[in-house]
Design a binder for this molecule. Structure first.
Ligand SMILES: Nc1nc2c(c(=O)[nH]1)N[C@H]1C(S)=C(S)[C@@H](COP(=O)(O)OP(=O)(O)OC[C@H]3O[C@@H](n4cnc5c(=O)[nH]c(N)nc54)[C@H](O)[C@@H]3O)O[C@H]1N2
Ligand SMILES: Nc1nc2c(c(=O)[nH]1)N[C@H]1C(S)=C(S)[C@@H](COP(=O)(O)OP(=O)(O)OC[C@H]3O[C@@H](n4cnc5c(=O)[nH]c(N)nc54)[C@H](O)[C@@H]3O)O[C@H]1N2
Ligand code: SF4
Ligand SMILES: [Mo]
Length: 812
């Protein structure tokens, strides 16, 4: 039996550049293999890596999983969540009946009663106040067919722009960064680029923890014969940072300065691929002018890293022959999210390292199906990566849906999640349907979120498989099927699409979201302009056919990607067309980008203010197929530390838990590995308060506070880290709100992507109790795990010391 609880990445299978990543099949069964009746193909939905796996079924129950040896993503491997997470499906406390609030309490009822109530309220609000009074807040964890149904219902049926996903909290910046640089969403590269690169740059991406199988792939290269060089930009000494040649442990919130510094040095060291840049990009002169103001000494003062470390890192990037860069939440959940993410694109572009084997940037996804939320138009854009400001694009959708173009809201951009919440707070939205997300734990500033979602004038519908903290606030709770209990497709970070087949039945009366949405559309009597039902599908396959037909000719063209093709295979990368029926490994191999005014997904934004450019502004400088080098100056966080709140809180993830733990908290192996909140402090910050390991401490911000045991494993003085996984559903007193990281965070977002800032909250500390008295035990910490992370190859330099925090002439 594989143990990925402690041995998170499993045994090393080193390989060299260009060789195939060796196969290693990870499997976990709770019955003898001979007793397995069926293996049902799917992929893992516990992160954006999308590892191919088969579900073992016996007597109508899941009894295990096995990584698929032939899958292009994982070559058989599974991580801790992939191997164990499926057990949550069988928890005794799954929702099996709809619940409706009567006399202040949620009580079980039948589907007709619940759906009638949902539909009556929708109609009443629609009739009395119009489509703008209805909102939909969805997920990055449903299937493409389900999002497409939501997009059709909200944008084509009801006619509201208020549809967004929790992808707004997750990878809105990935989409923005790709669109602003390349004209369209969709990662250019392929995981096979990791097999071929000679240099890796990880920016704000704790890959060893959050995409364990991807890290296993990187680690197998790092322990192989021709080790790639590794540069890590992260304030914390993550497992990847400990393997790095250069670890730039920057002050949180200073990404733009640091990346400008790297660009400055790449230019100063004469490492620009000048001819390529001239032929395939625009904006070099302005970029060079701006980054010219970021010599290493200045950057060092802003970011708190030694100037030589910046030079060393730039030297590695500048001498790379094949560079893969990755970006995730350390960038996306910061105040200059899009501006910073774009600078990583710029590094690859200045080096001409895009659209070639071993050369790419990954603006990473987090959730398993976030890419589909974006492709189907269930978040801030229109289906098929279409531009809401392009009348031709709107007409294409209107024709496919057979509705008037005026029905589809396109007078302004689709509403981002934080704005939907604001409309709920102000009362202009009176009906909100939440599917597949738990905002009462995952949104910033939970005091506000609870009061908004619990507001009397808001009718709240929640579709979930469990009675989450958000479900507790609902007027109607609809019990849903989970992964493994329904069929649909989803797409990972490197554009690999998998078909996930139903393996078992959902418990009780739980239903697939797809079926619930179809039922809603039918009961709402949503019709096209000829009076025919708007959603005419019998099952998800027909929805998939319609959706993929609508992608024809767009960058995410999946018009040849049928269920049939997806069956039995190892995942197929889009674009998948009749000309490329096997899929497409890499985008932009001809170095032509979808940036033209008539083709692009968006006309772009001012990176400082977020102001949207118009078609005319875009056309005046039509990049016509060139990638855009966009420059940005560093701006200090608008919410800086001060004497009262002298430390910076950054929040994020632990390896054993998934988000608000509705799944992983119900799997004993995962739960026991990390049973409770822990507050990671640097010993220097703990000392003045007499705080030692395990002591109970309070972390307070201007917005709220939390209490938990300290662990003195912090790497950077002045930085506190707290995982955001722990809410209240499994607490003895769920009304005591002192555990979720988002009690402390505040409402602020990136001006371009509108993604909330979760990584930068000024806080102060206080000791509450000694470990012996009130502290709770800290079980498996990630530091203990990293000991198993393979050897550091010879030649790897030690991580440089951080510069003292007090140094610096820069405003903070
Ligand atoms: N185990 C596990 N895996 C997951 C998930 C999970 O919940 N659990 N969730 C999935 C999802 S949806 C997502 S979005 C991904 C997120 O995956 P990651 O982005 O890798 O994870 P995070 O822990 O949110 O943050 C990443 C890193 O950002 C660093 N950071 C903080 N501030 C800064 C800064 O100013 N600059 C830089 N450069 N770095 C900074 C933090 O120290 C942290 O190590 O993980 C996915 N995988
Ligand atoms: N402080 C802080 N906050 C953060 C972050 C951070 O780093 N720090 N990260 C942000 C990010 S990147 C993300 S992605 C979010 C994640 O935040 P959430 O989206 O709130 O996280 P989950 O716990 O995954 O919630 C998913 C819900 O959907 C349910 N569910 C699962 N499958 C299905 C299904 O098929 N159908 C339906 N209807 N329901 C289903 C689950 O039971 C669960 O209640 O959190 C964000 N919040
Ligand atoms: S890396 Fe992600 S997709 Fe792969 S097994 Fe782990 S959680 Fe699942
Ligand atoms: Mo995410």
């Amino acid at each position: 039996m594989s143990d990925r609880i402690v041995d998170v990445w499993g045994p090393r299978t080193p390989y060299s550049s260009g060789a195939p990543w060796p196969i290693r099949v990870d499997q976990r069964l709770t019955v003898p293999e001979a007793e397995v009746e069926r293996w049902v193909p799917t992929a893992c939905v516990l992160c954006s890596n999308g590892c191919g796996l088969d579900i073992a079924v016996r007597q109508g129950r899941m009894v295990g999983v096995r990584g698929r040896a032939g899958d292009r993503v994982n070559h058989g491997r599974l991580g801790p969540k992939g191997l164990h997470g499926w057990q949550a499906n069988a928890s005794a406390d799954r929702l099996t009946q709809p619940l409706v609030r009567t006399d202040g309490r949620l009580r079980p009822t039948d589907w007709d009663t619940a759906m009638d109530l949902v539909v009556d309220r929708s109609r009443q609000v629609l009739h009395d106040r119009g489509p703008l009074a209805l909102g939909f807040y969805t997920s990055g964890q449903l299937f493409a067919e389900e999002y497409y149904a939501q997009a059709l219902i909200a944008r084509g049926g009801i006619g509201t722009p208020h549809l967004d996903g929790n992808t707004r909290l997750c990878t809105a910046t990935a989409a923005s960064a790709l669109i602003e640089t390349f004209g369209s969403d969709g990662n250019p590269g392929s995981y096979t680029d990791i097999d071929q690169c000679d240099t890796l740059l990880l920016v704000g991406h704790n890959v060893a923890t959050t995409q364990t199988v991807l890290w296993a792939r990187m680690l197998d290269r790092l322990t192989g014969p021709d080790r790639p060089r590794l540069v890590v930009v992260d304030p914390r000494a993550t497992p990847a940072a400990r393997e790095a040649d250069v670890h730039l442990a920057l002050r949180p919130g200073t990404n733009v300065a640091l990346l400008n510094g790297l660009l400055h040095e790449i230019i100063a060291q004469g490492r620009v691929a000048e001819e390529w840049v001239r032929a395939h990009t625009t904006g070099y002169r302005e970029l060079a002018r701006v980054v010219g103001e970021y010599p290493p000494e200045r950057v060092s003062r802003i970011c708190g890293v030694p100037p030589d470390a910046i030079r060393d890192a730039a030297h590695l990037l500048g001498t790379a022959r094949r560079l893969v860069s990755t970006v995730l939440q350390g960038v996306y959940q910061s105040h200059q999210a899009t501006a910073a993410a774009i600078q990583v694109n710029n590094i690859n572009l200045l080096r001409g390292m895009i659209g070639r084997p071993g050369c790419t940037v990954f603006q990473m996804n987090g959730q398993p199906t976030a890419q589909n939320t974006r492709e189907t138009g269930a978040d801030g854009n229109l289906p098929g990566f279409r531009n809401w400001q392009n009348p031709h694009h709107v007409r294409e959708i209107a024709e496919a849906w057979n509705v008037e173009p005026s029905r589809i809201p396109h007078w302004g951009p689709p509403t981002p999640a934080m704005e939907i919440l604001r409309y709920c707070a102000e009362g202009s939205i009176g009906f909100l349907w939440v599917t597949g997300t738990n905002p009462a734990v995952s949104l910033p500033d939970l005091h506000r979120v609870r009061s908004v979602l619990g507001r009397g004038g808001l009718f709240l519908v929640v579709s979930d498989a469990f009675r989450s903290e958000t479900a507790e606030l609902a007027d109607v709770v609809l019990p849903t099927a989970l992964w493994g209990e329904k069929t649909g497709c989803f797409t990972n970070t490197d554009r690999t699409v998998h078909l996930s087949e139903r393996a078992i039945d959902p418990p009780g009366e739980a239903r697939a979201d797809f079926d619930i949405l179809l039922d809603y559309a039918r009961r709402m009597d949503l019709r096209d302009k000829d009076g025919r039902p708007l959603l005419r599908w019998q099952g998800p396959e027909e929805a998939w056919q319609d959706f993929t037909a609508l992608t024809r000719g767009r960058p995410c063209d999946q018009s040849a990607l049928s269920y049939e093709r997806l069956r039995g295979g190892g995942g197929i990368q889009w674009p998948c067309t009749h000309r490329a029926p096997e899929g497409t490994e890499r985008l932009y191999t001809d170095h032509v980008f979808p940036t033209g005014t008539d083709r692009c997904e968006d006309f772009g934004h001012d990176l400082d203010t977020g102001a949207q450019y118009s078609a005319d502004e875009h056309r005046a400088h039509d990049p016509a197929g060139r990638a855009l080098l966009r420059a940005a100056h560093y701006r200090p966080s608008p919410d800086p530390v001060d004497e009262e709140y002298p430390l910076l809180l950054t929040t994020g993830r632990l390896v054993h838990h998934w988000h608000t733990r509705t799944k992983t908290g119900r799997v004993p192996e995962l739960d026991q590995a990390a049973p409770d909140l822990r507050i990671e402090l640097h010993p220097d910050d703990a000392r003045p308060f007499g705080i030692t390991d395990g002591d109970l401490v309070r972390v307070r911000s201007r917005h709220g506070d939390i209490v938990g045991p300290a662990t003195l494993s912090g790497h950077r003085p002045g930085t506190v880290f707290v995982p955001f996984h722990y809410g209240y559903w499994d607490q003895a007193d769920p009304g005591r709100h002192t555990r979720a990281a988002n009690e402390v965070t505040h409402t602020a977002w990136d001006p371009v992507s509108k993604q909330p800032v979760f990584k930068l909250t000024p806080v102060r500390l206080r000791k509450v109790a000694d470990a012996a008295v009130g502290g709770r035990p800290v079980v498996i910490s990630e530091d203990a795990l990293s000991a198993t992370g393979g050897s550091t190859a010879a030649g790897a330099a030690p991580a440089p010391e951080a510069a003292p925090e007090s140094a610096g002439d820069e405003p903070r």
